[in-house]
Design a protein around this ligand. Structure first.
Ligand code: 2NL
Length: 340
C-alpha cells in the first residue's frame, strides 16, 4: 500500500511540473485529493489494515498529502507569475517609439502680417483700436468728409443694410470713434486693424479684405512726423535698407494727401518685374488729417494737427511673401497656406 501511495504521489508531482494552466492544476488536485480522488480512495482502504499498520500508513498518506499541497501551491504561484509576465509583455507600450504627430496649424498669412504690423506700431507707442464692422453712414462717410455725391457712397460700391447702415468700407470710422472717446486727451496715437467690405470682385479686388489705418493727433504734428513713422515701419517690414518716397495724391479726409512708395524689396531699387522697372512700389495712402475731420472727432483744428494713413493688408502680405494672386489668400487651400 505504501508503494501505491508513493506511486500516485510521485506521479502527481511529475504531472504537476508539466502543467502550464492553473485550471489544469485544479483538475489534477481534484483527481488525486478530491472526494473521488486516487489518494482519497487509498485512504478509504485503510480500514482493512491491521491496527499496527494503520497509523504508519496514515502518516505516509498525510506526508504525501502535505507534500502535494505544498507543491501545488508553489506551482500555482509560479504559473500566476508566468501568466502575469506574459500579460505585461503583451500589453507593454513601447515608449521609445515616436508617437504619431498631431498636425499643428498656424495663423493665416494675413493674420501673421496684421500681427507684425501691430507689433511694429506698438513699438512706436501706438495703441490698437477696434470698432464695429457694421457702421452708420455717419461714421463711415459723413465724419470723414466724404461728400454726399462721392462715388464710394453709391449703392453699388458699398454693401448697404439700410439707407443709413452699411458694412464699413474702411477702418477710418474706428478712428473717428476713438477721437470722440479720447477727446480732449492728447496725443491720439492709434492704429485700427480690421476687416472691411466693398462691392468689388475680380482678380485684384475681394469683396472682403483687410486694412490697417493709423492716426496720430497732437500739437505740432507735421508731415515729417508722418514720413519718419512710415520710414521706420517700412524698414521693419521690408528690410533695413528700404527707402520711401511720398507722391502727391488726393483723399477727401486728408489735406495734403500722399501715396507712399517703398524702394523695391525684390531688386533694391534697380528696377525689375515686380516694380515694373521703376524701383518703387506703392504700399499705402496717407496725409495730414483734414481740419473738418479733426473737428468732427472733437478736436480743434486751430490747436492740433494730425497725420493718418491706410494700408491694405493683402497687398502688404503679397509683397512680403511674394504672392502673385490675391485670390490665393482666400481659397483656403492648405497646399498654399502651409508654405507660410
Ligand atoms: C488707402 C488710403 C488712407 C486715411 C486712410 C484717415 C482716417 C482718419 C482721418 C484721416 Cl480718422 N484719414 N485715414 C488717410 C489717408 C489714406 O487710406 O489707400 N488705404 C488703403
Amino acid at each position: 500500500m505504501k508503494k501505491e501511495i508513493l506511486r500516485i504521489g510521485e506521479e502527481a508531482l511529475r504531472e504537476l511540473q508539466q502543467l502550464d494552466k492553473s485550471e489544469a492544476l485544479q483538475e489534477l488536485k481534484v483527481k488525486v485529493l478530491g472526494k473521488k480522488g486516487t489518494l482519497t480512495a487509498l485512504l478509504r482502504q485503510m480500514g482493512s489494515l491491521s491496527p499496527e499498520e494503520r497509523p504508519v500508513m496514515g502518516q505516509v498518506v498525510n506526508e504525501m498529502r502535505s507534500r502535494l499541497e505544498k507543491a501545488w501551491e508553489e506551482r500555482s504561484a509560479e504559473l500566476e507569475t508566468i501568466a502575469l509576465e506574459k500579460r505585461l509583455a503583451a500589453e507593454r507600450i513601447d515608449i521609445s517609439l515616436p508617437g504619431s504627430r498631431v498636425a499643428r496649424g498656424h495663423y493665416h498669412p494675413l493674420t501673421q502680417v496684421v500681427e507684425e504690423i501691430e507689433d511694429i506700431f506698438l513699438g512706436m507707442g501706438f495703441q490698437i483700436a477696434e470698432g464695429p464692422e457694421i457702421e452708420s453712414d455717419y461714421y463711415n462717410f459723413e465724419a470723414l468728409n466724404l461728400p454726399k455725391d462721392h462715388p464710394a457712397r453709391e449703392m453699388q460700391d458699398s454693401f448697404y443694410i439700410t439707407e443709413e447702415i452699411l458694412l464699413r468700407t474702411q477702418t477710418s470710422p474706428v478712428q473717428i470713434r476713438t477721437m470722440e472717446k479720447l477727446r480732449p486727451h492728447l496725443p491720439v496715437k492709434v492704429i485700427a486693424p480690421g476687416t472691411v467690405y466693398r462691392n468689388d470682385d475680380d482678380a485684384t479686388h475681394s469683396p472682403m479684405f483687410h486694412q490697417v489705418e493709423g492716426l496720430m493727433v497732437d500739437q505740432g504734428i507735421r508731415m515729417s512726423d508722418l514720413k519718419g513713422i512710415l520710414l521706420n515701419f517700412s524698414r521693419q517690414m521690408f528690410g533695413e535698407s528700404r527707402e520711401i518716397r511720398l507722391r502727391p495724391s488726393f483723399f477727401p479726409f486728408t489735406e495734403p494727401s500722399a501715396e507712399v512708395d517703398v524702394s523695391c524689396m525684390l531688386c533694391g531699387g534697380a528696377g525689375c518685374r515686380l516694380c515694373k522697372g521703376t524701383g518703387w512700389i506703392e504700399i499705402l495712402g496717407s496725409g495730414m488729417v483734414h481740419p473738418k475731420v479733426l473737428e468732427m472727432g472733437g478736436y480743434n483744428p486751430r490747436e492740433v494737427t494730425g497725420f493718418a494713413f491706410g494700408m491694405g493688408v493683402e497687398r502688404i502680405a503679397m509683397l512680403k511673401f511674394g504672392i502673385e494672386d490675391m485670390r490665393l489668400l482666400f481659397d483656403n487651400d492648405l497646399r498654399f497656406l502651409q508654405q507660410f
